[in-house]
Each structure stands twice: as structure tokens, then as C-alpha cells.
Design a protein around this ligand. Structure first.
Ligand code: PGA
Length: 254
């Protein structure tokens, strides 16, 4: 893995302008952690304000519509995100899949639209606790990911990141075992190689997500095939989020 670890904060539906001070603090701290790539995805309403102030971190969105524009009340297109200064979009998060009924085909269409607008994508995947208990986690995640990813991506290493987030680990304080993470990431790696070829498939970063915090970040990010973390709750303060970035820096420095 030659890419820098990628630490992405998913603020979900948290954050008013009062939280811009945290974004500023994250940005300042990121300037001291150049061996790690740090980014945040605040709510849409904060993309432009964060973009205007950030010098080091990239800002992105948590979703986009699959069309460029039109009569879609309440939706936001990838081009609008780019116009506001967004550089990437998180797609296929389980809270979108479950809370908004998003299916793989729709997520693939969103990914194609985002790439066409020049955004990078972070494609999420992950199994429920029930699927894992039945022993079907790997097969489920591979099928979900294959159906959600665009069949072709120009410059996949630059444009694509995958995030494995077991649903039962999100916001619960539970994390997958390091063995399970290594197994799943290894299987995702094989899938990426089969989809995009050896060279690109072996370099695309695969993040782990689900209750990552400063205390467990070092061992998770140090696990085979883990290229960083997608962080929810612990990304809401600069202190805890940069604690994770610090752990990632240490994992690079060995
Ligand atoms: P969590 O969320 O870190 O709060 O578990 C992760 C995510 O949903 O991206």
C-alpha cells in the first residue's frame, strides 16, 4: 500500500455553524499530520463554509442525487456539491440503504453521476448482525459491493475508496474482530482486483468504519488491507477525530 491512510469524518445530521470551530481545529491539526489524508463530510449546509476556511482537509458530502439537475424537490446533485467546494461524496451508507430504501442499482447510478461531476467517491458496504451470525457476511458484502460499484472507473486509485462498515458496529461501540476485518478487507481487495485490474485494484484504499475511536484506531488501521477509517461519532470533536489521525500517523511511521 503506497497511499497515505485516509481518515474521513462522517458528521451525519450533526452540525450547525457553531461547529465550524471544530472543523477549523481539525484543519489546523491536519497540517501537523501530513502523512495522513484527513477529510470531513458535514451536512450539505456546511460544505461551502468548511471549504472556504479549510487549508488542508478536503470537504465532501454524505450523499448525492443520481441526476445532474431537474424537478427533484429537496435533492442535491453531485455538480452542486462540487460547486460548493466538495471534493468527494460518501455513497451507499447503511443509513441511506436502510433509512431511505436505497438499492444497489440506485447507488451505482449515484456513483456514476458523482464521478462524472469530478467528485471522488467513498462507496460503503457492510452486513447486518443477522447476516454475520449466519456466516454469510463475506458473500453478502461482495455481492452488495459488486452491484453498487460502477463497472468502469477512470483512475480508480484516485477516484475510488471503499468503506467496509458492519451495520451492527455503527454507533454501537462494538467493532469487528481484527481477524474478521482482515478477512473481509482481503476479500474486498480480491473483488477490486477482479473489477479494475491488478494495478488499480491493489491500490484502492479500503477503510474500516463502525465505532472507530482514538483507543482502537491504531490496531484497526494497522490491520492488513485497512487503508484508513470512516468515523462517525468520534469525528464530531477535533480532539477525538485527530486522536484517530494521530494513531494513523503512528501506524505509518511504524
Ligand atoms: P460510528 O459511525 O463511527 O459512529 O460508528 C460510522 C459511520 O456510520 O460512518
Amino acid at each position: 500500500m503506497t497511499q497515505r491512510p485516509y481518515i474521513v469524518g462522517n458528521w451525519k445530521m450533526h452540525g450547525t455553524r457553531a461547529m465550524l470551530s471544530e472543523a477549523r481545529a481539525i484543519d489546523r491539526a491536519a497540517q501537523r499530520h501530513m502523512k495522513v489524508e484527513v477529510a470531513i463530510a458535514p451536512p450539505y449546509t456546511l460544505i461551502h463554509p468548511v471549504h472556504r476556511e479549510a487549508e488542508q482537509i478536503a470537504v465532501g458530502a454524505q450523499d448525492c442525487h443520481e441526476h445532474d439537475g431537474g424537478a427533484h424537490t429537496g435533492d442535491i446533485s453531485a455538480a452542486m456539491i462540487a460547486d460548493a467546494g466538495g471534493k468527494f461524496v460518501i455513497l451507499g451508507h447503511s443509513e441511506r440503504r436502510e433509512g431511505h430504501g436505497e438499492k444497489d442499482a440506485l447507488i451505482r447510478a449515484k456513483a456514476e453521476s458523482a464521478l462524472a461531476a469530478g467528485l471522488r467517491i467513498i462507496m460503503c458496504c457492510g452486513e447486518s448482525g443477522e447476516t454475520r451470525d449466519k456466516g454469510n457476511a463475506v458473500a453478502f458484502v461482495k455481492k452488495q459491493l459488486k452491484a453498487s460499484l460502477p463497472k468502469e472507473i477512470e483512475e480508480p486509485v484516485e477516484k475510488l475508496t471503499v468503506a467496509y462498515e458492519p451495520i451492527w458496529a455503527i454507533g454501537t461501540g462494538k467493532t469487528a474482530t481484527l481477524e474478521d476485518i482482515a478477512e473481509m478487507h482481503g476479500e474486498i481487495r480480491k473483488l477490486l482486483v477482479s473489477l479494475y485490474g491488478e494495478e488499480a485494484g491493489s491500490e484502492v484504499r479500503i477503510l474500516y468504519g463502525g465505532s472507530v475511536k482514538p483507543e482502537n484506531a491504531a490496531e484497526i488501521i494497522g490491520t492488513a488491507e485497512v487503508g484508513g477509517a470512516l468515523v462517525g461519532g468520534a469525528s464530531l470533536t477535533a480532539d477525538s477525530f485527530m486522536g484517530i489521525a494521530m494513531a494513523a500517523t503512528e501506524s505509518v511511521e511504524g
